[in-house]
Design a protein around this ligand. Structure first.
Ligand SMILES: Nc1ncnc2c1ncn2[C@@H]1O[C@H](COP(=O)(O)OP(=O)(O)OP(=O)(O)O)[C@@H](O)[C@H]1O
Ligand SMILES: [Mg+2]
Length: 335
């Protein structure tokens, strides 16, 4: 064990479909010692070259985070990632690895040679001869595209994570009490909503729903016949009438209900204590009370920085940006 270990800096970089977010931290060993800076930049939708628009947003974020060197952790998400908990007979990691080579298609809706598959044994019961294994599959093509995008900058990502796992990591490292509760974490982004179930004791599953903030904006555009930018602005105003986006909300609600039902059936563990919301799309006025009313359980906002708030060195805009920074914080903590 080293007697003295100098601190290192890590940048968690979350490249979303609407915006790029980053959290820059310093850590020593496993201890986070300082939150250096956070940054966010919207990706210009009107740009003729979407790749250039993303590159430019990433550069803005790197500059605003004062990031020049250190570890970078990024992620791939959306429909190119599949995360699944599967039951195997108890086997060694080597055996699981070779069985996945032949049988991956049984668990993952992607051909084995098109996907990069990693796994983690979560529980192994020798007596019952069953192991719960978490499978994470990423489309090779999407990973390649992601790395090609990153190649425009002079850093190599130390880790490329799966976006939903990064969010789960942020949640598990926050002060949110998940030990003795069943919690639904709902992250509403622009293109999608990721729901993650934390069962008592940390067991979790995750699912992607292709409804996010963009769909709310689309609905406002249609109802008022507004251009995108004005509809975005109207949607973000305080006092925005949720009824205007009722049809999208109802679809989201239906998907959420179906997901919870699915998890209940799979785990036999009924009921939820709390819904925790996050992601830019969750800032819609009145959304928390809408969900509280429908599910009849408390709905709270996720603060990925809860374990470190109160520090004198916290960036000024931290609280306002917190709903969008969960993934970036989870990535930074992995570095
Ligand atoms: N105050 C607000 N009220 C309502 N919606 C908001 C507010 N602020 C941001 N949003 C919405 O949040 C979304 C962007 O959130 P976020 O940055 O989490 O998305 P993203 O990570 O880029 O998307 P994805 O994860 O789906 O790729 C947009 O749809 C935006 O309109
Ligand atoms: Mg996102």
């Amino acid at each position: 064990m080293p007697l003295l270990r100098s601190s290192k800096t890590v940048l968690g970089l979350d490249i979303g479909s609407h915006s790029v977010k980053a959290v820059h931290i310093a850590r020593k060993g496993h201890t986070l010692i300082k939150l250096i800076e956070v940054g966010i930049a919207e990706i210009q939708k009107s740009s003729e070259n979407p790749t250039n628009a993303r590159i430019s947003a990433i550069q803005t974020v790197l500059d605003s985070c004062n990031f020049t060197k250190g570890n970078v952790v990024t992620s791939v998400g959306g429909s190119s990632v599949v995360i699944k908990q599967v039951t195997f007979p108890t086997m060694s990691p080597k055996e699981i690895d070779s069985s996945l080579k032949w049988e991956a298609g049984q668990y993952i809706p992607l051909p084995g040679d098109e996907a990069e598959i990693k796994f983690q044994i979560r529980t192994a019961d020798k007596v019952e001869n069953r192991s719960e294994v978490l499978l994470v599959a990423v489309k090779k093509e999407s990973l390649k595209d992601h790395l090609n995008l990153i190649r425009h900058f002079d850093f190599q990502p130390r880790i490329v994570d799966a976006t939903p796992l990064a969010l789960a990591n942020a949640f598990l490292n926050s002060t949110a009490n998940h030990e003795d509760k069943n919690i639904v974490l709902v992250e509403i982004g622009a293109g999608a909503t990721v729901i993650t179930i934390f069962r008592k004791g940390g067991f979790f599953l995750t699912r992607d729903i292709s409804i996010g903030g963009d769909r709310f904006t689309g609905e406002v555009q249609a109802v008022y016949n507004l251009p995108y930018s004005e509809a975005e602005k109207a949607k973000k105003e305080k006092g925005f009438d949720l009824d205007l986006v009722k049809s999208v909300l109802d679809q989201l609600l239906l998907e959420l209900r179906q997901s919870l039902l699915y998890y209940d059936t799979r785990t036999g563990n009924k009921g939820y204590h709390e819904i925790v919301v996050t992601g830019g799309g969750s800032r819609l006025t009145g959304l928390d009370s809408y969900l509280e009313d429908k599910f009849r359980i408390p709905v709270v906002d996720f603060n990925p920085f809860s374990a470190i708030t109160g520090e004198d060195n916290s960036p000024e805009n931290l609280q306002a940006l917190a709903p969008q920074l969960g993934v970036a914080m989870g990535l930074a903590l992995r570095g």
